[in-house]
Design a protein around this ligand. Structure first.
Ligand code: SF4
Length: 287
């Protein structure tokens, strides 16, 4: 894994497309992802960003953005305190094309420092989308930020299967550890969302939905055929995922029929329909 610092002039990037309905900006403090060689790296939608790749293999690099606090403060002040005209809304999705809590976050503290800075310059809303339980280490700052803006913590739990047959790569963090993180954050009073995205094969769908229902405020389900940013999952079909699922006896999980069945189970277990979102509409929904 090659880790290097890169310059950064702007950090609030205007959104469009998949996130355009619910968010004005995305924030990505890193480029590339240190989890790219784990299970989620197989299907990861971010691996298609050729501007970020610059010919490099996904999972082989992590670019760490420099001077992000300066960039955030400058852009924030322009949007919220313009010399003329009205203040603009800031609804942030962090992160859309990287992981905000890679292992390197423990030394760089890019995410924590920005969250601390946001307490004085709060956006209107912030969604932190992560694949790791490491977000719980920032609980003190998250609680402070929660008093200043509408904060959602999304943790991806795309399956209940802890172990995967070869040639799948292992999880970076077990599903159990991520569900436990959701439970911890929710118990502390934060709004938590389990993102079952993209849905992968489940051992026990009813038990999985029951465990998540007890651990989070909402669940969002997605399937690569719907939510990978291309028509009919064209991008994911270029990865090894669909074939690997077929080769290991999980072919039906490549279908939307299976997805609809799982959505139905979640709606039954979560009881309130507003607690279960699907694909783009689910990610963009406001509470
Ligand atoms: S953690 Fe997220 S950005 Fe990183 S490889 Fe997995 S899915 Fe992609």
């Amino acid at each position: 894994m090659k880790v290097q610092d890169i310059p950064c002039r702007t950090i609030l990037n205007p959104t469009g497309g998949f996130l355009g309905e619910g968010f004005t900006h995305s924030i990505n403090l890193y480029r590339g992802c240190a989890l790219g060689n784990t299970l989620c790296g197989v299907y990861c939608y971010a691996q298609w960003n050729s501007f970020h790749l610059q010919g490099r293999r996904w999972g082989s690099f992590l670019d760490v953005k420099e001077r992000v606090l300066d960039a955030y403060r400058t852009q924030y002040d322009r949007l919220k305190h313009p010399k003329s005209g009205e203040a603009k809304p800031i609804h942030i999705f962090m992160s859309s094309v990287t992981e905000p809590y890679p292992p390197q976050e423990r030394t760089t503290r890019r995410t924590r420092r920005l969250l601390e800075d946001m307490i004085a310059r709060p956006p209107d809303s912030l969604v932190i989308q992560t694949h790791t339980p490491m977000v719980t280490e920032d609980l003190p700052v998250l609680l402070k930020l929660n008093e200043q803006c509408r904060l959602h913590i999304n943790i991806t739990v795309e399956t209940d299967r802890a172990k995967w047959p070869r040639p799948f790569q292992p999880h970076a963090h077990s599903p159990e550890s991520r569900i436990h993180a959701l439970r911890t954050l929710r118990a502390a009073g934060l709004h938590t969302v389990a993102t079952v995205s993209p849905l992968l094969p489940l051992n026990n769908p009813w038990q999985f939905a029951t465990d998540l229902e007890a651990s989070c405020d909402r669940a969002i389900l997605d399937h690569y055929l719907l939510g990978d940013g291309s028509q009919d999952g064209k991008r994911t079909k270029q990865t090894a995922l669909p074939q690997l699922l077929s080769d290991t006896g999980f072919h039906e999980w490549n279908t939307l029929e299976k997805f609809e069945e799982i959505v139905g189970i979640f709606k039954e277990v979560f009881r309130e329909v507003t607690r279960v979102g699907v694909s783009q509409e689910g990610f963009n929904a406001k509470r």
